[in-house]
Write a protein that binds this ligand. Structure first.
Ligand code: B12
Ligand code: SF4
Length: 429
C-alpha cells in the first residue's frame, strides 16, 4: 500500500504458485515491497504486479516508473477481477482471476511476441498445480509458512471482495496440502483460506491428516464451526492455536444488512467461551458504520471485545470495495465520497469513503481509530492478557504479545497515510 516496510507482512503464497507455474526456461525473480525497498529500475522482459484494491495506486505508479519502450507490464490479483479496464491504462496485459491457467499461456505468448490484452482464468481449473516454495524469499516473514487449501467462500457478505473473484469454492486434495506442509520448513502455519470450515466432513478429514505433521497452525473460521465441540477438539489436537472469526457487528440490523447469516443465529459470548475452553486464541474482526449503526456502536463494540478478552481485533470502517453490493448501493444512493477512493490523491488510509447514515464520516473514522488505539494501549493489552488463563498456554503467550505489539505499531504507522503516492488520476474524485 505504501513505500515503507511493514511489520505485519506474511509470506506471499503467490510467489510459490508462480514459481511452480513458470517453466524452467524462464528466469523469475520476486520482490515484496512490504519487506524490501524496490530497485530504481528492473531489467526484465516482463514485469508482473499482483494488485489488490488498496495497492492499485502503488502498482500503477511503479508501472509508470518501470515501463520501457520494450518491456511488457502485466497485472493480476483481486483488483483485476473488477477493474481490469482501469488496469489496462497502466498495463499491457491484465490476467483476470487465478494464475493457474493464465500465467503459462501469457508467458508463451510473450515468447512469440504477441501477448493478449486480457487473459481470463477458468474457475473450473482444479487447484492441483505444484506449489514451489523453494528459495524464492529474500525475507524471513517471522518463520511463518502461509498455505491455502481452498479458494472462495460459502457465504456472500455484502461488503466482501471474495465473491467478486470466486463464484464457487474449490479445494485442493487433502493429500496435496499434506505433502506441501511436510515439505515446509516452518513449524508455524497460517491457512489463508477465507473459511477453512467449508463442510464438516472435509474439515474433519483435513484436521485428522494434520495430526501426524505436528505443526502449529492458525486459520479463519465461520461461527458455525465454533459451535462444534468435536471439531474444535480435533483442531486443537492437530495443532491449531488461533482462530480468526468475523463478528462484524453486535447489531442484528447491521448483520442482516451484511447478509451475515451464520452470525445472526449466534450467541457471541457463549461461542467465545467455547473457543477458549478448547485452548484457542481468538482474533475477532468487526465492521463499523453500517446503516444500522448509531453513535453508541463504538463504545458497545469495544466494551464487548475487551470484556471477552479477545486476543487480537480489527475494528474496520465499512469500506465500499469495488464490485461489491455495498459499493453498488452507495453509488446508487449517491453516498460515495470519491468515485474511486483507491486512486484518489486526497483519500487517506483509515478514512471513510462513503457517507454513513447515522453519523458523519469523521465520526466513523475517529470512532474506529479510537477503538484501535485504546485496544492496543499497554493498559488494555495487560487487562486482556491477565483476564484469560488460556493466553498462558505454550505458544499462546508469545503469539498474544507479538500480535498485539505488531498490530498497535502498524495502526500508528498506516493511519492517515496516502495510498501509494501521487498518481494524479483526475476521474478518481
Ligand atoms: C492473509 C491475508 C492478509 C494478510 C497478508 C497476507 C500476506 N501474504 O502477507 C494481512 C493480514 C497482512 C492482510 C492485509 C490486508 N488485506 Co488481506 N487478505 C488475506 C487473505 C485472507 C489471504 C491472502 C492470500 O494469501 N491469498 C491466497 C493467494 C494465492 O491469493 P492471491 O494473492 O490473491 O493470488 C491469486 C489470484 O489473485 C491471482 N493473482 C494474484 N496476483 C497475481 C499476479 C499475476 C501476475 C497473476 C497472473 C495472477 C495473480 O493468482 C493467485 C491464484 O493463483 C485474502 C483473501 C484471499 N482469499 O485471498 C485477504 C485479502 C487479499 N485482503 C484484503 C484486504 C482489503 C487487506 C487490507 C487492505 C486490509 C486493511 N484494511 O488494511 C490489507 C492490505 C495489505 C497489503 N496488501 O499491504 C482483501 C482485498 C480485496 C481487494 N479487492 O483488493 C482480501 C481479498 C480479503 C477480502 N475478504 O476482501 N491480508
Ligand atoms: S464469511 Fe468472510 S470471506 Fe466469506 S463472504 Fe463473508 S466476509 Fe467474505
Amino acid at each position: 500500500m505504501f513505500d515503507h516496510i511493514s511489520s505485519d507482512a506474511m509470506k506471499p503464497i503467490l510467489f510459490g504458485i508462480l514459481k511452480g507455474l513458470t517453466p524452467e526456461r524462464f528466469q523469475i525473480e520476486f520482490y515484496d515491497e512490504r519487506t524490501d525497498k524496490l530497485p530504481e529500475c528492473i531489467d526484465a522482459d516482463v514485469i508482473a504486479f499482483s494488485v489488490e484494491t488498496f495497492t492499485a495506486k502503488r502498482a500503477y505508479i511503479m508501472a509508470k516508473r518501470y515501463r520501457t519502450p520494450t518491456n511488457i507490464i502485466a497485472m493480476g490479483g483481486f483488483h483485476a477481477s473488477v477493474m481490469a479496464d482501469e488496469m489496462l491504462r497502466y498495463a499491457d496485459t491484465v490476467l483476470v482471476g487465478d494464475a493457474e491457467g493464465t500465467w503459462e499461456r501469457f508467458l508463451t505468448d510473450c515468447e512469440s511476441g504477441k501477448p493478449k490484452r486480457k487473459y481470463i482464468a477458468d474457475e473450473s481449473t482444479p487447484l492441483t498445480a505444484l506449489f514451489d516454495d523453494g528459495a524464492t524469499y529474500k525475507h524471513r516473514y517471522y518463520g511463518i509458512g502461509v498455505h491455502q487449501l481452498s479458494r472462495g467462500c460459502k457465504f456472500n457478505c455484502g461488503f466482501c471482495s471474495i465473491k467478486t473473484m470466486y463464484k464457487c469454492v474449490r479445494r485442493k486434495p487433502v493429500d496435496m496440502i499434506v505433502r506441501e506442509l511436510s515439505a515446509a520448513k516452518e513449524k508455524i502455519i497460517f491457512f489463508a483460506d477465507d473459511n477453512i470450515f467449508y463442510d464438516r466432513q472435509s474439515a474433519v478429514e483435513l484436521f485428522r491428516a494434520l495430526i501426524p505433521l505436528k505443526k502449529k497452525w492458525a486459520c479463519q473460521i465461520s461461527m458455525d464451526a465454533a459451535r462444534d465441540d468435536e471439531l474444535l477438539t480435533l483442531m486443537k489436537k492437530s495443532g491449531c492455536f488461533l482462530v480468526l472469526m468475523g463478528f462484524e457487528s453486535l447489531s442484528r440490523e447491521s448483520l442482516a444488512e451484511m447478509h451475515k447469516a451464520a452470525n445472526l443465529a449466534s450467541d457471541y459470548d457463549a461461542l467465545i467461551q467455547n473457543i477458549y475452553r478448547h485452548g484457542l486464541l481468538l482474533y475477532g474482526t468487526f465492521v463499523l458504520g453500517c446503516d444500522g449503526d448509531r453513535a453508541d456502536v463504538f463504545e458497545k463494540t469495544y466494551e464487548f471485545a475487551v470484556r471477552n478478552k479477545i486476543a487480537v481485533t480489527n475494528f474496520n470502517p465499512l469500506i465500499p470495495m469495488p464490485g461489491t453490493e455495498v459499493y453498488a448501493r452507495m453509488e446508487r444512493e449517491g453516498r460515495l465520497r470519491y468515485r474511486k477512493w483507491w486512486l484518489s490523491d486526497r483519500y487517506r488510509y483509515g478514512e471513510t469513503a462513503f457517507v454513513p447514515k447515522h453519523m458523519s464520516p469523521e465520526d466513523l473514522q475517529n470512532g474506529c481509530l479510537k477503538m484501535r488505539t485504546d485496544f492496543y494501549s499497554l493498559g488494555c493489552i495487560f487487562k486482556r492478557l491477565f483476564g484469560n488463563k488460556y493466553n498462558f498456554l505454550p505458544l499462546n503467550l508469545f503469539v498474544f504479545m507479538a500480535a498485539n505489539l505488531i498490530s498497535g505499531k502498524e495502526i500508528k504507522k498506516k493511519q492517515g497515510q496516502m495510498l501509494g503516492g501521487v498518481l494524479g488520476e483526475t476521474d478518481a474524485d
